[in-house]
Design a protein around this ligand. Sequence first.
Ligand code: SF4
Ligand code: SF4
Length: 212
Amino acid sequence: MPDADAQPVDAGPFGKWLAAMRAVLRGERDADVPCGNCIGCCVSSYPIPLRPEDVRARAEVPEAFLLGRTGSGERWLMGFREDGRCPFMNERKCGIYADRPQTCRDYDCRIYAAAGLVPDGERPVIEQRVREWVFTFESDAQRAEAAAVRRAARFVRANAALFPASVRAGSATAAAVLAVKAYPVFMAEVAAPPEQLVRRMLELVREFDAAQ
Ligand code: SF4
Ligand code: SF4
């Protein structure tokens, strides 16, 4: 739904963004988001996974905000303050920017705009920014890719129950990530049965992940 307060913010050329986002998802680079004054990620009640490589961040998290292991091995979650702010957020700045967790480095809210989604939960600051992003298109090929990403995301949202539970396709984030990884399946209007499209998406996702 259009937001009356939304002011357009340049998200950059779609093709360049898509290639960079795919590289981020492959672990080849950090995200480079023109956030400007937005601090949505850091004030939106996000528990942040701490990966094994987040050694310095993990060492600095106050005990009260370490929520415990997730899954197996040394995986922890960093909690947030009662008002939703990250414990490292001071005066609108990250107190451990140089050592911030990899999850913070990977986050790019333009993925929701590209997929035509907003994050799950009550995250109005991020939602506002997602509605503000406007991509530019340098070719019809980029427009076709953008349309395919949106079709893929819509498909995942409508058919989440057909995906394996491990994919957690019911979340907006997972739908957006799946769409960015497997959008080529939707480069043309696809009339195949949903089960077949799910299989093709999962094949592409496996290939994408194997290329990491
Ligand atoms: S919500 Fe988006 S624009 Fe805002 S800080 Fe996070 S990534 Fe940057
Ligand atoms: S660690 Fe820094 S970048 Fe990450 S959520 Fe906290 S304040 Fe934001």
